[in-house]
Design a protein around this ligand. Structure first.
Ligand code: ZN
Length: 702
């Protein structure tokens, strides 16, 4: 590990933020350097600070601690990501023997110098109590490999030398802050302090010194470990490699079943589903095969900071049966074992500590699947990805730790304190979930105007959306519009051809591998052709039937085994057409194909009710696109319709507006709202048709 500090880069940043004190910007610079190295911190882990004298509003000099805001990512921190806290008042708290968590939180908040700044890091008091101008703190992998050992003291001393202080594990918050500060007071010669099974603190009078001390000691730890295990293989591979047939589809099935088994109702009765995140690269595949794999899953987390994302232990699954029922049994057995042990841990900790706590859900977040790799779960996609990143690092570090000595994490008692620490739980966000959070929606024909409108409304309702289309460039455009509005993390795009069942199946496997399964399916892909029966070529009719009828059939059919494996119900919302009830002349191919698809959807409603899957239809009429995305259908039939009625484009829109009872234009968002209505299951409805047409009497469903 090398210092990446560059004087000219530090100066460039200072010029970029001229209104902030230079010391804060050098703090910002080295904080970003730390944040950019996943070997030091991951996802909002670690924290840094600087102490400054600033003028308050009445012109008096005031000592202020600027410390990273809670949950702020060091890699991307901005000047306002540091919270200013009045230092003198905070330091007085050190006189106390003990400070309750709630009161500590209160003290941190009432010492903020700006009401608008974020909550300060939960380790802010520690930064306040240390005398140094700059303090850096990380949960570096190499340090944790040394500290999570039976012989932690010996390893740390041998690796890092005598100028490093070693403090035994202390619960985060006031006790850790006071423990570390007391240690430093008695041992002012130390350059850094390692807190066993937690991480390392460095400090100094300049940002550069504090940062480079961090790099030097983490570098020392890395070199020591490398030399110590030189030539020794990391854990032991079994003699026989595991062969898994159809890895992609096995992994897809596994994710669907895991998602289904772990979905559960929360206290309010809301069904909570997880997103899945797979890591099946060589390293995780290998880790799933070593003899220590079970031990890796059974042993606790690397550092208490991880527990809110990964829980303390992981589930090891040794087999992916080809039979779905057997697969479900296998996963259920493992998840149940995890649940029982989690509930036991919760009960015994609560009893032992004589505290009242609401239990968190007892479901695992990390699975290691033999021969395949890692599957992580999260209530949001971000949470699943954070859990996967943390677990990947933890598994790698545990492998090294187990090769070096005897891996020894913190006790269940300490783990419980951290897991149920209100300040830690706060990082997960306490707001009630969005209407469709946890759900995965797939929209075919995702490159068109209606696809855009549906995706927009589903995203606004909290679902993660998969756009699919055969036309990649049209889909790209829709994707980039939505990514700008909702963030790329909430979106995926998969190319498949709805007319080809093999292509659909492959597409659905890919979706399961990226997200875990499917909850909402919106068959929306469609084409049209204008010709009177007299002039309609049979091949053209076939083409329209292929996309609109067979395409709808193919995607519904391919979704059934997924819904069955998940066992959590689901919704199919077929984008049908006003033409089903009120066909138009010279529009035979389209009207017949849509009527066929409509009928398939009704039959699906009959057949899938036993799986809890609802199938409903939406009949829009005259949905034009906008300047951004045009409607493929209207691109095709618009010119002809205009010609036959002697209208220009605006005239055509007006014609359709005036034709409806309500005299309104129908938009793609209206169609999207209807999809959200059905998908959110606000009424017990299946097999129904909802017209979105402004009111066309001839098209009233009957
Ligand atoms: Zn920490």
């Amino acid at each position: 590990m090398k210092s990446l500090f560059r004087e000219n880069e530090a100066r460039r940043l200072a010029r970029k933020f001229p209104s902030y004190p230079e010391e804060l910007i050098s703090r910002l610079y080295t904080s970003r350097l730390i944040g950019a190295d996943p070997g030091l911190v991951l996802h909002g882990g670690g924290n840094t600070s600087v102490k400054l004298k600033v003028r308050n509003i009445v012109g008096e000099g005031q000592d202020v601690l600027f410390v990273k805001g809670s949950g702020v990512d060091l890699a991307t921190i901005e000047p306002d990501g540091f919270v200013g806290l009045e230092l003198i008042g905070l330091r007085k708290l050190r006189r106390l023997e003990y400070l309750q968590d709630e009161e500590m939180e209160n003290q941190l908040l009432i010492h903020k110098i700006s009401a608008q700044s974020p909550d300060p890091s939960v380790e802010a008091l520690l930064h306040a109590f240390l005398p140094h101008r700059y303090v850096d703190h990380t949960h570096a992998d190499a340090i944790l490999i040394l500290t999570n050992q039976k012989r932690a003291n010996d390893f740390v001393r041998e690796a890092l030398g005598s100028r490093v202080g070693i403090v035994p594990y202390l619960p985060s918050g006031f006790l850790l802050a006071r423990g570390v500060a007391d240690f430093y007071k008695k041992n002012p010669e130390v350059e850094a302090i390692v807190v066993l099974r937690h991480g390392i603190f460095t400090f100094g009078e300049s940002a550069r010194l504090s940062y480079e001390t961090m790099i030097r000691y983490v570098g020392k730890a890395e070199t020591y470990i490398k030399n110590k295990i030189k030539g020794r293989p990391l854990a032991s591979l079994p003699s026989k490699p595991v062969r898994i047939k159809n890895v992609a589809s096995s992994l897809g099935r596994m994710c669907q079943v895991i998602r289904g088994v772990c979905a559960h109702r929360d206290r309010d009765g809301t069904l909570r589903r997880f997103y899945a995140e797979i890591r099946d690269g060589d390293e995780m595949k290998r880790a799933s095969l070593v003899r220590e794999a079970k031990e890796i899953c059974r042993s606790g987390v690397l550092t208490p900071d991880h527990i809110i994302w990964t829980k303390n232990r992981a589930v090891y699954i040794e087999d992916i049966p080809e039979d779905d029922a057997l697969l479900r049994q296998t996963v259920e057995k493992s998840v149940n074992e995890f649940k029982v042990s989690y509930e036991k841990y919760f009960k015994s900790q609560v009893a032992e500590k004589k505290v009242k706590r609401e239990p968190l859900d007892p479901y695992p977040r990390i699975f290691l699947v033999k021969g395949v790799g890692l599957i992580a779960l999260g209530f949001t996609r971000k949470a699943a990805q954070i859990a996967a990143d943390l677990a990947e690092h933890a598994i790698q570090a545990k492998l090294v730790a187990m090769t070096l000595g005897k891996y020894s994490p913190i006790s269940d008692s300490h783990m419980f304190d951290m897991e149920y620490w209100p300040l830690q739980q706060k990082k997960l966000g306490r707001t009630s979930p969005a209407l469709l959070q946890g759900q995965i929606a797939v929209i075919t024909g995702g490159g068109g105007a209606i696809g855009l409108g549906i995706a927009d409304r589903l995203l606004a309702a909290g679902a993660v959306v998969v756009l699919s289309d055969i036309d990649e460039s049209r889909m790209e455009k829709v994707h980039s519009l939505l990514a700008k509005k909702y963030g790329a993390r909430q979106l995926e795009r998969v190319v498949f051809d709805v007319t080809d069942d093999t292509s659909v199946e492959k597409g659905f496997i890919e979706i399961s591998r990226r997200l875990g399964g499917i909850d909402i399916l919106v068959p929306n892909a469609g084409i049209a052709h204008v010709a009177k029966i007299e002039n309609l070529a049979p091949e053209t009719l076939g083409k329209v039937l292929d996309v609109n009828l067979k395409g709808t059939f193919n995607v519904i059919k391919a979704s059934v085994p997924i819904f069955r494996r998940q066992g959590t119900g689901g919704n199919i919302v077929v984008i049908s057409s006003k033409n089903v009830f009120d066909p138009g002349a010279a529009f035979g191919a389209y009207s017949a194909s849509k009527a066929g698809a409509h009928q398939i959807a009704k039959v699906a409603a009959l057949e899938l009710a036993e799986l809890g899957v609802r199938v409903n239809m939406i009949n829009p009429d005259a949905v034009f696109g906008d300047e951004q995305i045009s409607s493929k259908l209207w691109d095709l039939i618009g010119p002809e319709r205009m010609k036959s009625r002697g209208l220009d484009p605006e005239g055509l829109r007006e014609y359709y507006r005036q034709r409806s009872l309500l005299k309104v234009s129908v938009t793609a968002e209206h169609v999207g709202n209807a999809v959200v209505f059905f998908a959110s299951e606000q009424t017990p409805t299946t097999g129904a048709t909802l017209p979105i047409d402004g009111g066309i009497p001839a098209a009233f469903p009957r």
